[in-house]
Write a protein that binds this ligand. Structure first.
Ligand SMILES: [Fe+2]
Ligand SMILES: [Fe+2]
Length: 280
């Protein structure tokens, strides 16, 4: 089966919210932990340019969209634009005289320029893979309650809101892909998206680990200790990437669709909470 299974009654609601992230300026905003902060800052640094790539990838196929998906694509773009704006503000709180923010941003720009150079389909394939990745991280964030326990509530809110909206729109780029690749055989669609996922997951996890290590070195860690600490955070304790593997791996099922994993109940509370804030 290679058709959209996005729930009929799902609404994608761009909530134009603002978060006070000014306390992040003091440094280790994630529970006072330099390692977790280095990883989350790195992730946040990937968002503005990364999400712009996602928006452009979906926008490139807008003429092929109609009805519900056409509207979902607009709401997807609106959500990502607001996410970028808010993460940009968080990124501005990172002390650039201490941390190699410019170096990390330049690396991210290079990787994204490479992805763009492959044309709209390569951009769309990168988008669906990274959207699966962010949906996985969002799900894990909602399931496990062991991070952000000593984090300033308004900073935690930014990440919770982002995770919830990533879940709402997790299938939009994928549904666009199903239309854009409708003339491919089922095997071709499966093969190309599987290959893309392997390549992108390898590069993305490796790059995040590398950039986060650079950030941590600025906290006084030796290069070796920084690499080890970041690796531990990502793959062992708390296993920020590793603990979502059971969601990640579902990608490789022929006929996969992001909503095969219907995690709406998990996000319902956050959704109504931020709906209320947005309505204020
Ligand atoms: Fe986003
Ligand atoms: Fe997204």
């Amino acid at each position: 089966m290679n058709s959209s299974r996005t729930p009929e009654d799902l609404t994608i609601l761009p909530r134009d919210l603002h978060f006070d992230v000014s306390t992040a300026r003091s440094g280790h905003w994630l529970d006072g932990d330099p390692v977790g902060t280095a990883v989350m800052n790195t992730l946040s640094l990937t968002f503005p340019d990364g999400e712009r790539l996602f928006m452009d990838a979906v926008r490139a196929y807008k003429d092929q969209l109609s009805g519900r998906l056409e509207q979902d694509a607009k709401d997807f773009i609106a959500q990502e634009a607001i996410h970028s704006r808010e993460h940009h503000l968080l990124n501005r709180m990172i002390d650039r005289s201490k941390y190699p923010v410019e170096r990390v941003e330049a690396e991210i720009r290079d990787k994204i320029a490479f992805s763009r150079s492959g044309g709209p389909m390569r951009m769309l394939m990168a988008t669906i893979c990274l959207e699966h990745f962010t949906a996985m991280l969002a799900d894990m964030f909602a399931v496990h309650n062991d991070m952000f326990s000593k984090t300033e509530p308004s900073i935690k809110d930014l990440w919770r809101w982002h995770a919830m909206e990533e879940t709402e729109h997790k299938a939009v780029a994928y549904d666009v892909f199903l239309i854009a690749a409708k003339d491919w055989s089922g095997f071709q669609r499966w093969f190309r998206r599987s290959l893309a996922m392997l390549l992108i997951s390898y590069n993305f996890t490796r790059n995040v680990a590398e950039y986060a290590s650079w950030m941590l070195e600025a906290d006084g860690y030796s290069p070796k200790a920084a690499k080890k600490a970041v690796k531990e955070f990502l793959w062992k304790q708390p296993g920020f990437f590793a603990r979502g593997w059971h969601i990640w791996v579902t990608w490789f099922k022929p006929g996969f669709h992001p909503w095969d994993h219907d995690n709406r109940p998990l996000m319902a509370e956050w959704q109504s909470e931020f709906d209320l804030v947005a309505a204020e």
